[in-house]
Design a protein around this ligand. Structure first.
Ligand SMILES: Nc1ncnc2c1ncn2[C@@H]1O[C@H](COP(=O)(O)OP(=O)(O)OP(=O)(O)O)[C@@H](O)[C@H]1O
Length: 271
């Protein structure tokens, strides 16, 4: 007679739930001029600790998809789970970054990083220590007492990154966080993010228009086609970590770049 499995064994045999899973997700916005189908159908799974970028033409629904994962927009159909739990409202566990860092101008850099904690409970000395550690990690320690207006655009986004990480979120959601930066700062931010992500390996979704940035940062890249949008490609990025800038000189990097570029441009034009 076979022994009944103990609870621990049964759990170990099951594959871990995907950190983020979307199944048959659709989004239709109601607008004054009629319904707008932002996402026709999206299904994907993102494993714990995976960094996934979403590429696609402008207006194809990338931000909408991320907002649905964040629970800031409801799905019209389909379901999204984070750590196996259905997303039914704002994901307070998610760290978020947007193109605009939206820092509070009257607060210091340190207090901006601590702001999400301040909004949810009393700030403890441990929170302060974590904020200080994060500021060191994003190379802003000497600027901790400055106001946002005294910082460059790249430095403000570093504050936003530290703020996104302050509550040690389970997932990190980033919507074109570097797109307003100049090319050199943008490259530097990519390197910083790769280094910081290497030390935490957070499950991450990163939206970008830069194919090179997506390849450099990601484990996988999802490509969305033009509306009515679906996911038309799901590509694994083969380069080892930690990623070094020299990876861009690898012929396989360029081949992947050209493949993704063709895929994005191949998607049919807007009707
Ligand atoms: N709140 C909203 N109400 C109505 N329509 C919206 C809303 N947000 C987005 N849309 C529409 O949904 C479609 C997808 O927009 P979304 O911002 O998700 O695309 P995107 O791929 O992130 O675009 P971009 O790359 O230009 O930032 C667009 O046609 C847009 O006009």
């Amino acid at each position: 007679m076979m022994a009944a499995p103990v609870a621990g064994q049964a759990a170990a045999a099951r594959p871990p739930a995907s950190a983020i899973a979307a199944s048959g997700v659709r989004k239709v916005y109601s607008t004054a001029s009629g319904p707008v189908e932002a996402v026709a159908e999206a299904s994907f799974e993102i494993a714990q600790g995976e960094f996934v970028s979403i590429l696609g033409p402008s207006g194809c629904g990338k931000s909408t998809l991320m907002l649905m994962v964040a629970g800031l927009e409801a799905t019209t159909a389909g379901a999204i789970t984070v750590d196996g739990m259905p997303v039914t409202g704002p994901q307070i566990e998610a760290g978020m970054m947007f193109q605009d860092p939206t820092l509070l101008p009257w607060r210091s850099v340190l207090d901006n990083v601590l702001f999400p904690v301040f909004m949810s409970r009393t700030v403890t000395p441990e929170d302060r220590a974590r904020a200080e550690q994060l500021l060191r990690m994003v190379d802003l320690w000497p600027f901790r007492d400055k106001r946002p207006r005294e910082l460059s655009g790249g430095m403000r986004q570093r504050v936003a990154l530290a703020r996104a990480l302050i509550q040690d979120p389970g997932i990190l959601l980033m919507d074109e966080p570097f797109s307003a930066l100049d090319a050199i700062t943008r490259d530097e931010m990519g390197l910083s993010l790769a280094r910081i992500w290497d030390s935490s390996r957070k499950t991450a979704i990163f939206i970008t228009h830069s194919i090179r940035e997506a390849i450099f940062l990601s484990d996988r890249i999802l490509v969305m086609g033009r509306r009515p949008s679906t996911i038309i490609e799901d590509v694994r990025v083969p380069f080892p970590r930690p990623r070094r800038p020299e990876v861009e000189a690898d012929p396989a990097f360029n081949a992947l770049y050209l493949h993704l570029k063709a895929s994005i441009h191949r998607s049919p034009p807007l009707q």
